[in-house]
Design a protein around this ligand. Sequence first.
Ligand code: NAD
Ligand code: UD1
Length: 337
Amino acid sequence: MNILVTGGAGFIGSHTLIELYKAGHTAVVVDNLYNSSEESLRRVAQLTGIDHIPFVKADIRDRETLEQIFANNHLDACIHFAGLKAVGESVTKPLEYYENNMNGTFVLLDVMRRHNCKNIIFSSSATVYGDPAIIPITEDCPKGQCTNPYGQTKSMLEQVMMDLQQSDTEWNVVLLRYFNPIGAHPSGRIGENPNGIPNNLMPYITQVAVGKRERLGVFGNDYPTHDGTGVRDYIHVVDLAMAHVAALQVVERRQGLAIYNIGTGHGYSVLDVVNTFMRVNNIIIPYDIKPRRAGDIATCYCNPKKAERELGWKARYGLDDMCRDSWNWQKNNPDGY
Ligand code: NAD
Ligand code: UD1
């Protein structure tokens, strides 16, 4: 298939491009490079051995350019990554987040419909479950209260796409609820490149390891978990990328609407991650126990059986691989791209 990949220059998008090409698909990338660099696409081309990745630098809210992209290319489906994703920033800039994520998706869906391309895979998040009612989380766990505008956009956009699919059954909509993506391509050539001080655990750890930050703060050690620190379902970004390729089957089967949790099904605490990182990479990560971070929950991990059963997809990488590959990327690219 020929796939429009919005946000394809970003962390998950760049890894997904590699797996798409490996599986025999082709892609056209649209990205405004707000949170990424074109260098990632050059490296994807090198890694896949193709000449270049077709790329249009544009904002998905730019309807005219999007129309042109569809007019100039036969596109079978869209994998929609483009969006703003910093939870803390979304609390201070709610309008920007709602505007970018909601409006961008509205324009995209409308242009897709006009060009009769009605197949979309959407990057959703475990955040839609709020403080989950069931652990491990299955897809029929009720959605919860999102504590921030970023999470609200994911939850609302899921609803928008479900309503759209119900109104017109020609649409095939796949909502992928990612758990905690970390790791990097094993080549160490592409990876996560956060701006400023990282909010997420793994980029913070790798920046301590590379000497950019002094010590890690562990947010709370009094949660009801095996060691008191927060438990999450970390997933290797290459596994996550492969889940998108598998999700294209929903489109091929004309399945209509499908929702999948994309995680490993294993919960690891903050200290499990820190200790594994230290062991695998033979590096000391100094840390201090800090107060809990507002909005955090104790435990979040999924039951990934539905994706396994229906898509034949299963995460292959473990926490050791994730820690090794995150560090391999960071040490080879201390300043990112
Ligand atoms: P990222 O920031 O690396 O990639 C997103 C890309 O979208 C960036 O390249 C950015 O420049 C681009 N973009 C943003 N707004 C745009 C717009 N209006 N027009 C065109 N391009 C635009 O983020 P990522 O980690 O690769 O995440 C990809 C998607 O997955 C996002 O939608 C994110 O919310 C979602 N997600 C990410 C995580 C995670 O932990 N990384 C977890 C759950 C869901
Ligand atoms: C966060 C977002 C979630 C988003 C996900 C992926 C919140 C509340 N949730 O998830 O919406 O989809 O990122 O981008 O922000 N931790 C530390 N020290 C740190 C950083 C994190 O101890 O410096 C702890 C956290 O308290 C948590 C765990 O590490 O227990 C994972 O945190 P993080 O990587 O930020 O992911 P989430 O909070 O699960």
